[in-house]
Write a protein that binds this ligand. Structure first.
Ligand code: FAD
Length: 318
């Protein structure tokens, strides 16, 4: 079922959902199920599965030269989606990227998803590969997520890359895209970022999931600005409980989001990461409760592959 239909069916109640990462190559799917199992009690209508593009590593050879190797550390997004739908009978939502995909790769990927009975995708540009500063599209790929959304809409209208295909079948994907309450790291301003967000909606995106934020005011202001720009689709807040002291620096660095001073001070005072985890859970519960009061359609949690803190939050909130 489409995310937008889940929201309509909920009739104003806030739903619970979360995102998981495929396991590192070499680990089995049990680690994923072990994380999902305790969260199923809170009846997520869907589970997102992230996509991880290839990375370049350099191996030193005996002659001192470096050999460039391409590795995908977390393959398996589609397989995990199929396994989730099969085991739990809930919708699984694969993330799909511009990075590393030609248009032909994208089309074939979408055909697989359609055959598997997947109704939703989250369409993203993806980041630059780790060894590069800027995002580079594939030679015949997409530069921006809005172009990817357009290709998905084309397929929804039965328009394939090969225009000579006759009587081709239409897909019916519901499309989510990313939104950034504190602006995307490359955007010169929040207004320009929202301008391009609107382009993704115009291209056919059905809903927005936000980057994590730790101050609800940022989300409320972002929603207001989007509404002011005529964006009417659901804007689903994404939340992440802080779990380690290291994340105090890592999260602002990696995601370009601010942490409120009160939260920082509480974490600084913690003796160990067990205490940090508790502070992170309590902060996230407060955020969740306020967002539910504000009648957000869904609370979407970034589990980062570990579910015990998300479980504690869901237990308190849902
Ligand atoms: P876009 O919407 O294409 O925007 C990228 C930048 O370009 C923005 O600064 C925007 O303002 C600007 N821009 C857009 N269109 C134009 C234009 N026409 N002209 C000029 N500028 C333009 N990454 C992964 O690798 N895997 C995942 O599974 C994943 N899941 C995510 C889930 C969520 C909810 C979020 C918020 C992010 C996720 N990411 C994921 C990270 C995401 O790929 C990065 O943040 C990426 O840098 C931007 O992706 P986007 O889809 O927002 O890009």
């Amino acid at each position: 079922m489409k995310v937008t239909d889940h929201i309509t069916k909920a009739n104003g109640d806030t739903l619970f959902s979360f995102e998981i990462l495929p396991p590192l190559k070499g680990q089995d799917i049990k680690s994923i199920f072990d994380n999902i199992d305790p969260l199923m009690e809170y009846k997520p209508p869907f589970i997102d599965v992230t996509y991880h593009r290839e990375e370049y590593t350099f191996k030193e050879l005996e002659n001192g030269l470096l050999k460039k190797q391409v590795v995908k550390k977390r393959p398996g997004t589609v397989g995990i989606c199929a396994a989730i739908q099969n085991k739990y009978q809930v919708d699984a939502i694969p993330h799909i990227l511009c990075g590393g995909f030609t248009k032909e790769d994208t089309e074939n990927f979408l055909i697989d998803l359609d055959f598997l009975g997947i109704d939703n995708v989250v369409a993203l540009r993806g980041d630059a590969v780790k060894s590069e500063t800027y995002f580079k599209p594939e030679r015949d790929g997409h530069r921006y997520a809005s172009e990817l959304v357009s290709q998905i809409q084309d397929l929804n209208n039965g328009k394939y890359l090969d225009e000579e295909l006759q009587n081709s079948s239409k897909t019916d994907f519901c499309v989510g895209v990313a939104g950034y309450p504190e602006k995307h790291m490359e955007a010169p301003s929040l207004d320009s970022d929202i301008h391009f967000l609107k382009k993704k909606i115009k291209a056919g995106a059905d809903y927005i999931v936000t980057q994590m934020f730790f101050d609800n005011q940022k989300y409320f202001e972002f929603v207001e600005k989007c509404r002011g720009e005529g964006i009417t689709v659901p804007i689903i807040p994404g939340l992440k409980p802080i779990a380690t002291k290291k994340q105090l620096n890592l999260i602002p660095h990696r995601f370009k989001v601010d942490l409120p001073d009160d939260l920082i001070m509480e974490i600084v005072r913690c003796k160990d990461n067990k205490e940090v985890r508790q502070v992170g859970v309590e902060w996230c519960i407060q955020q969740s409760e306020e967002l539910i009061k504000a009648k957000v359609p869904i609370l979407h949690y970034y589990s980062m592959g570990r579910s015990s803190n998300i479980e504690a939050i869901a237990k308190a909130v849902f």
